[in-house]
Design a protein around this ligand. Structure first.
Ligand SMILES: [Zn+2]
Ligand SMILES: [Zn+2]
Length: 344
């Protein structure tokens, strides 16, 4: 079968790989029909996340179950399914608490040795461990483009809002309007936010956020802190999402948030950095961080998508063939796309 592999830092290739074989009763094999290119794939491309050459990439997928082990209960051969970006065992201390994203045996598709050596989904087929937790049936009439988001990007947008406790009627500020930030805008609207303020420096992304019902603010051409104050009776946002993952973004998120408010960090941090702890402490901020618990959220996200309250389809800017993965990565790397969906 064909698979998109890291050849060397900076270079992906499409190569032939053996088809996956189930090894545990809870495993399933999915024939991939749509798979996304994601910001975290770029971290791998650029060598920030080390992955061995030849490892198959990709962690967003929709497809059909080709085989399911005896222990798989919730999906069956022939079902159209979507995958979460990670797996969880279902019975460790953390899974028992519902913290599936921190499972002791959790693995992330397509991220190499450091995250469980689980081959990725940018391939004709993918092996899915713990299929009952990792996979969901795609609701009838839901497109692959939409379903692809439920187990990763929209799940993360949802996490940024729901898990951080945004209250209906409250003001959310979303900093960084990449796919996750734009999904967080939709999630905040779906949660019933009184106002959603969307901040970025890319005009098209601000326009899209506005079309989702947000108040757009240009990061560099407007007085962001002054505007957020003005829009919130001088208080600041009740909750600010840092969907960037950069020390300056975190600092600004803390400044935009009102006293006793919440900063919700879904942007990725991989290094040590300085935090203005005196500001965090004096404002009594709650900082909510980490990977999204998508396995815990995926059913709620699918329900909201079915109701039309979340609709990620406008974020799909490109459809490409799996064979064109090197070009897809290059396009994404040049920031010319929001979401690229590839089909084997
Ligand atoms: Zn992703
Ligand atoms: Zn577990």
């Amino acid at each position: 079968m064909k698979a998109v592999v890291l050849h060397a830092p900076g270079e992906v290739r499409v190569e032939e790989r053996p088809e996956p074989v189930p090894s545990a009763a809870e495993d399933a094999i999915v024939g991939v029909e749509a798979t996304g290119v994601c910001g975290s794939d770029l971290h791998i491309l650029h060598g920030r996340v080390p992955v061995d050459p030849g490892f198959t990439l990709g962690h967003e997928f929709v497809g059909t179950v080709l085989a399911a082990g005896e222990g798989v209960r919730t999906v069956a051969e022939g079902d159209r399914v979507l995958g979460c970006f990670c797996t969880a065992c279902g019975d460790c201390f953390f899974c028992a608490r519902g913290d599936f994203h921190k499972c002791d045996d959790g693995k992330v598709f397509g991220h190499g040795k450091t995250l469980g050596s689980l081959q990725g989904a940018q391939a004709d087929q993918v092996l899915v461990p713990h299929a009952d937790l990792t996979l969901r049936r795609v609701p009838d009439a839901m497109s692959s483009d939409a379903a692809l988001f439920a187990g990763d990007v929209m799940g993360t947008g949802y996490h940024a809002i729901w898990a951080a406790g945004l209250e209906p009627g409250a003001t959310a500020a979303i900093l960084g309007l990449g796919p996750v930030g734009l999904c967080a805008v939709q999630a905040a609207r779906a949660r019933g936010a009184g106002r959603v303020i969307a901040i970025d420096s890319v005009e098209d992304r601000l326009k899209m956020a506005a079309s989702f019902g947000a108040t757009p603010l240009h990061l560099t051409e407007e007085d962001v802190r002054g505007s957020v104050k003005r829009l919130t009776d001088g208080r600041g946002a009740d909750l600010t999402v840092d969907a960037v993952g950069h020390p300056e973004a975190f600092d600004l998120a803390c400044r935009l948030t009102r006293k006793a408010g919440t900063v919700s960090v879904v942007g990725v941090y991989a290094e040590r950095m300085e935090v203005h702890m005196a500001m965090v402490w004096l404002k009594s901020l709650t900082v909510h961080t980490g990977h999204a618990n998508v396995i815990a959220h995926v059913d709620a996200v699918l329900d909201l998508m079915k109701e039309g309250k979340l609709d990620p389809r406008p974020l799909v800017t490109h459809h490409m063939n799996l064979e064109d993965a090197p070009e897809a990565y290059a396009v994404y790397d040049r920031r010319e796309a929001l979401k690229i969906v590839m089909a084997p």
